[in-house]
Design a protein around this ligand. Structure first.
Ligand SMILES: *Cc1c(COP(=O)(O)O)cnc(C)c1O
Length: 501
């Protein structure tokens, strides 16, 4: 519902019953919000109320304030979504006005919204997945490993234009193996982007190593070359050079490789590229994930393509990927009696899931186009809002817009962010804050952090002011329009509440 549509539902109590009937027909939501002269909510009005008035022979020319008194069921603007649903059920109603602290209506929840949640990023199957999975069943390749695993590895490597790939059970498992392959050992230092999902850096702890977190730069939201340079300088001084650098490509966009890679090369430190969120993205025409010595993708349910759960390592180095496959299958030596010389893991992807992955890979380019279209719809529809900026797409990059992200401008951004998120959630729209940076997480409270510039913590600012919107490739035009309507009203409301505060 747009702000104008909501405004049309709000009518003065001086309206006649006849005029109210016309307004109900015109707005076609089945409900009006009747306001007292001071703007507070007097009551709601439905067709049923008008029918009862007719039965009681209240004349059509009477005003809404002449109707028998009923006190409206309302939801306070600070209440959560569960309270809204409870009230709808308890009173068996289909509309629930939301009122501010003074009792003025600011929003209305419709029951049908709550039965069709709009997700942040939900799985979107293509047409070929079931065929591949059925083939796995038909040929009895339900056991882990099998032709789909080999096929998925080969096809993904070709798709992104790299030499070799190793399919594993999750993106996190892929990062863990990649760290081991790059020689990370207990007590080592590993540099990692701070603005990311914890899956990027939990594996540093699995290895018994110590993370050092690097801030973002404003242009791509990814690792700041300036911060990385200062981190290297400090490491040189303290003689604690990192074993590797985990470069994360956030929300479908590549980091600035031309600025970051030479710094790592100069110090001879290999790059692990965490492309879990950026499969399908390009940096100067080259696929995201193929810049590091090892790249990693994730096929978790919320990623741009999914196997319900899974991950992949890629590299130009065939021997390295062969070793990844070995470590992922309990580090079994090639002997019939299963000889073991080193620690291994049960990290391989199953043949059934790889079948889903092969089908998904065929629609990857479509999914990129669909997500970019969702982003473009948001950007175009909200172009007039001056207190919003969008995650930039830097020159020479193609973001997949895995998630459509915006940042609030102005004062008290964190409060306004929370107001907007709460308001979206009341309509069962899943929006989220931008990732909470790792250097602000209690888990990593002792880890060193290098800011973009002294006193300028870019990732913390993005976290405070950032919002990720529903971005799935399977969102309908109607759902995108609903998100836009809710967001616009939520932003206006948050702006007002903030101005009043
Ligand atoms: C999803 C994600 C991971 C982890 O992938 P899983 O498959 O969920 O284990 C790692 N890093 C980033 C940046 C991610 O978004």
């Amino acid at each position: 519902m747009t702000a104008a549509e909501f405004a049309a539902l709000c009518v003065p109590s001086a309206l006649s019953l006849r005029e109210a009937r016309e307004a109900l027909d015109r707005t076609a939501r089945g409900v009006l919000l009747v306001l007292q002269p001071d703007g507070r909510l007097l009551r709601t009005l439905t067709d049923g109320d008008l029918r009862r008035a007719a039965l009681q022979q209240i004349p059509d020319g009477s005003t809404l304030s002449d109707l028998p008194r009923v006190s409206p069921v309302t939801l306070g603007h600070e209440a959560g979504p569960a309270a809204g649903l409870a009230l709808l059920d308890q009173h068996q109603i289909d509309h629930l006005p939301v009122v501010d602290a003074e009792g003025r209506p600011i929003d209305i929840i419709l029951r049908r919204e709550l039965s069709s949640r709009i997700w942040l990023s939900s799985p979107h199957l293509g047409e070929d997945e079931t065929g591949f999975v059925e083939e796995a069943f038909r040929t009895n390749w339900i056991a882990p490993l099998g032709p789909h695993v080999d096929g998925f590895e080969r096809e993904l490597a070709i798709h992104v234009g790299t030499g070799h790939a190793a399919a594993v059970s999750s993106g996190t498992a892929a990062i863990h193996l990649a760290l081991l392959l790059l020689g990370v050992r207990p007590g080592d230092t590993v540099f990692c982007s701070s603005l990311t999902f914890v899956g990027s850096c939990n594996p540093i702890l699995y290895c018994g190593a110590n993370p050092v977190f690097i801030d973002s730069e404003p242009g791509s939201w990814n690792m700041s070359p300036a911060a990385l340079e200062r981190a290297f300088d400090a490491a040189l001084r303290e003689n604690r050079m990192p074993r590797c650098v985990i470069l994360v490509n956030l929300y479908g966009q590549s980091a600035d490789m031309d600025a970051l890679l030479p710094l790592c090369e100069r110090h001879g430190v290999p790059v692990l590229e965490d492309a879990a969120e950026s499969l399908g993205a390009l940096y100067k025409g080259r696929s995201s994930g193929t810049f590091g010595r090892i790249g990693v993708y994730s096929f978790n349910g919320n990623k741009i393509i999914t196997t319900s759960g899974g991950g992949m390592l890629v590299s130009q180095d065939a021997a390295l990927m062969e070793r990844a496959r070995k470590l992922a299958t309990q580090a079994r030596e090639p002997a019939a009696y299963y000889e073991h010389r080193e620690i291994g893991f049960n990290y391989r992807m199953s043949n059934v899931l790889a079948g889903i992955g092969r089908g998904q890979l065929r629609v990857l380019e479509q999914r990129v186009a669909q997500r970019r279209r969702v982003f473009e719809a948001y950007r175009a529809a909200l172009e007039d809002l001056l207190d919003v900026t969008w995650m930039p797409e830097a020159e020479g990059m193609r973001s997949t817009r895995w998630l459509s992200c915006l940042v609030l401008q102005g004062n008290r951004v964190r409060e306004r962010r929370d107001l907007v998120l709460r308001s979206m959630e009341r309509h069962s729209v899943e929006a989220r804050p931008v990732w909470k940076p790792m250097h602000l997480q209690p888990l990593f409270r002792d880890a060193p952090f290098f800011a973009h510039a002294p006193g300028q913590d870019v990732s913390a600012s993005l976290f405070e002011a950032g919002i990720c919107l529903p971005s799935g490739s399977n969102l309908t035009d109607d759902q995108v329009a609903q998100v836009i309507g809710h967001l616009r009203r939520a932003l206006q409301q948050a702006g007002k509440t903030h101005a009043a505060a």
